[in-house]
Design a protein around this ligand. Structure first.
Ligand code: NAD
Length: 252
């Protein structure tokens, strides 16, 4: 049988029970990787996802942790690494907040940055401490086109996602000589629970957000970009921000 591109690799995907994370777990398993499914308070969804990976002959295991908690992330990595090396990390967990800037409280700001940026920082740090001496590994962080564009009433989210872009590029530079690649995807609007129902119609999206392809993306379309960036086919990609976005953002 032909070898799959990620045969023998072990991956951890955060916020993996739903949406883009779930599609990424399925994509990674299909590419041959064993996958850790991080979730927060969604044991049934996560377990069912692991079962559907197993039905297709793969291996996925659940690990619960709140990425905004340093202690929870430390214990997640302890559990994962106690079972063997980790080759691939996808920092996907995220929350969004729609609120005018002047109503955004310290607590709102801290909560959004705590998950969307600080969670990425701490998972990267744990993973890189482990990957650096092994001189191999690849990381993909979830940014957003809003990290480039900004958007009214989404200042905390846009700030966090812009931070993810800076963090990704900095880590790419710092760890390239250690054989580790760090990239990001910056999706446009994708049909998941994060996009509120009133915003769900393709017509609304295309008009309001000026998407040349005039439709929302699917979680699978983002997962395909993530799996590519983690695969040997992307061996010369680091510090790159890929944009599955239907053309909504065509900048750097
Ligand atoms: P989603 O809500 O389905 O997925 C987010 C996941 O993160 C959920 O499973 C949630 O339980 C988990 N999560 C939230 N807080 C967590 C925490 N503290 N610890 C661990 N897990 C936590 O939405 P999605 O669209 O699949 O989002 C996935 C990622 O993609 C997010 O980082 C999001 O910002 C990014 N993104 C989404 C879109 C979009 O339009 N849907 C666009 C650009 C970027």
């Amino acid at each position: 049988m032909d070898r799959l591109p990620l045969d023998g690799k072990v991956a951890l995907v955060t916020g993996a029970a739903t949406g883009i994370g779930r599609a990424t777990v399925l994509g990674l398993a299909q590419a041959g990787a064993q996958v850790w499914v991080n979730h927060l308070g969604q044991p049934d969804l996560a377990q069912r996802l692991c079962e559907s990976v197993a039905e297709h002959g793969g291996l996925a295991r659940c690990v619960e942790a709140d990425v905004s908690s340093p202690a929870a992330v430390a214990s997640m990595f302890e559990q994962v690494l106690a079972n063997g090396p980790l080759d691939l990390l996808v920092n996907n967990a995220g929350i969004i907040l729609e609120k005018p800037f002047l109503d955004t409280t310290e607590q709102d700001w801290t909560q959004v940055l705590g998950v969307d940026l600080h969670g990425v920082y701490r998972c990267c740090q744990h993973a890189l401490r482990h990957m650096q001496p092994r001189r191999c590994g690849a990381i993909v962080n979830l940014a957003s086109d809003l990290g480039f564009l900004g958007r009214s009433d989404y200042a905390a989210y846009c700030t966090a996602k812009a931070g993810v872009i800076g963090l990704t590029r900095s880590l790419a530079r710092e760890f390239a000589s250690h054989g580790i690649r760090v990239n990001a995807v910056a999706p446009g609007p994708i049909a998941t629970a994060m996009v509120s129902p009133q915003h769900m119609s393709d017509e609304w999206m295309a008009k309001e957000l000026d998407i040349p392809m005039a439709r929302l993306g699917t979680p699978e379309e983002v997962a395909a970009a993530i799996v590519f960036l983690l695969s040997p086919s992307a061996s010369y990609f680091t510090g790159q921000i890929l944009g599955p976005n239907g053309g909504s953002w065509m900048g750097a």
